[in-house]
Design a protein around this ligand. Structure first.
Ligand SMILES: NC(=O)c1ccc[n+]([C@@H]2O[C@H](COP(=O)([O-])OP(=O)(O)OC[C@H]3O[C@@H](n4cnc5c(N)ncnc54)[C@H](OP(=O)(O)O)[C@@H]3O)[C@@H](O)[C@H]2O)c1
Length: 399
């Protein structure tokens, strides 16, 4: 079969757009494939002005352009661009996890309706080929769980805190200075970035499209010296972990939470801005994928891999959704958490099923016990504003 000739319209020329351009220059099959680059603002660029445009229609209505690569930093505008591109019969590559997680069902339907392909390897874990692996290699009933450090910025901060004895505030400032965290870091440190990636991974692991609003994400911004010392004394690090796990009776559960991680876990050694994903299955036990989860060139290389996949007419088959017995999302799984608090009022509406340890100190106290995810979900909106910190111990019930 003849390989399709790609003529690319690129949206966005920031960290990833420029990174993609750089890596494409080293790919002889594609080094001249970009016809137009649509950006937002007039400013000096590293490429000739004639390559740039500011009106999306110049790409979306150009019949010669058969491939749209969407690398902008606004999920609503990205949704508009991706939707229109698919509707006009163009294949699309995107890195926008928020947009993909929020519109997954509709975007899958649009691909089918218009017989086009939407690929997004770069949207989850940057350069690590986790989506295509889940789709193509882990395409059978053996998959049990996908657990990982999915966000480089928060991992960088936690690494500095645990390995370099920095305070959370100093580590966050360092991450911002190095460009790993935004000036508004909440997307990363409150677990939203990990949540959107987890939603995408869940679709390719178990074939279920779940709205991000239904899944618990709790981040690291409330961490205190007390929590850090407690973890250190027990030989743990605290990592921000996203997890989707298969339960009995075709149910799955998923959440993003800080977690105590011991030396025996693969993700213990995932440091700095790196990402790491552990894939667990019935027969192979655990496999570990590790690599750069962000940055222009690593992420650009994942985008390039999607573009070259389009040259082989590749599209996601969504095998788990199409050929497997439907999994359903079970919110009543009970997990064991460490809950640190300063005053007892902060414990209101935490409905523990059982308590295994309690400590009362002059400033900080904690309780460790099992609680249903649904009970945490019910108060998720209040968690950040309370003077508490929550971390999963890794133990679970009802599994
Ligand atoms: N940075 C990473 O390491 C990384 C890793 C994985 C995934 N991603 C994802 O990749 C995407 C891009 O991230 P980034 O870090 O490259 O962002 P960025 O550096 O902030 O660059 C964003 C680019 O998008 C352009 N843009 C914004 N709105 C636009 C619009 N409506 N039409 C056309 N262009 C528009 C901007 O134009 P101007 O140049 O005119 O401002 C800029 O070139 C995001 O979805 C992000 O989540 C990033």
């Amino acid at each position: 079969m003849k390989r399709p000739q790609l003529t690319i319209g690129l949206f966005g020329f920031g960290v990833v757009g420029q990174g993609l351009y750089d890596v494409m220059l080293q790919s002889p099959a594609l080094d001249k494939a970009i016809k137009k680059i649509c950006v937002k603002n007039h400013k000096p660029r590293s490429l000739p002005d004639s390559l740039f445009c500011y009106n999306p229609d110049e790409i979306l209505e150009d019949p010669e352009i058969n491939t749209v690569v969407e690398l902008i930093n606004n999920s609503e505008e990205a949704y508009y661009i991706v939707k229109r591109a698919l509707q006009s019969g163009k294949n699309v590559v995107s890195a926008n996890k928020k947009m993909l997680a929020e519109h997954m069902t509709e975007l899958i339907a649009l691909q089918r309706e218009h017989n086009v392909s939407l690929l997004y390897e770069a949207s989850a874990c940057g350069s690590i080929p986790v989506i295509r692996s889940l789709e193509e290699y882990y395409d059978n009933d053996l998959l049990l769980s996908v657990t990982g450090i999915l966000n480089g910025s928060s991992n960088y901060i936690l690494s500095r805190v645990f390995d370099n004895q920095k305070s959370y505030e100093t580590a966050l400032k360092e991450a911002q200075d190095l460009g790993f965290a935004e000036s508004d870091p909440s997307f990363d440190v409150e677990g939203y970035d990990s949540l959107y990636k987890l939603i995408i991974l869940t679709m390719h692991s178990f074939g279920v499209a779940i709205s991000p609003s239904e899944v618990l994400n709790y981040g690291i911004s409330n961490i205190s010296e007390f929590d850090i010392n407690y973890a250190r004394e027990k030989g743990f690090k605290i990592k921000l972990v996203g997890q989707v796990e298969r339960l009995r009776d075709n149910k799955i559960t998923l959440f993003v939470l800080p977690r105590f991680v011991g030396k025996d876990k693969y993700i213990y050694s995932v440091e700095e801005e790196f990402n790491g994903v552990v894939i667990k299955g019935v027969a192979y036990d655990k496999q570990f994928m590790f690599g750069k989860g962000a940055g222009g060139h690593p992420t650009g290389s994942a985008v390039l891999s999607d573009i070259t996949a389009l040259m082989h007419n590749y599209r996601y088959e969504y095998k788990k959704a199409n050929y497997f017995a439907g999994f359903s999302y079970f919110k009543d799984a009970a997990i064991e958490i460490y809950l640190r608090y300063s005053n007892k009022e902060s414990l209101q509406s935490f409905e523990f099923q059982s308590v295994s340890e309690e400590y009362r100190g002059p400033v900080y106290s904690f309780v460790i016990g099992f609680i249903k995810l649904s009970s945490l979900l019910a108060i998720r909106g209040e968690l950040k504003s309370r003077d508490i910190f929550i971390a999963a111990t890794g133990k679970a019930l009802n599994y």
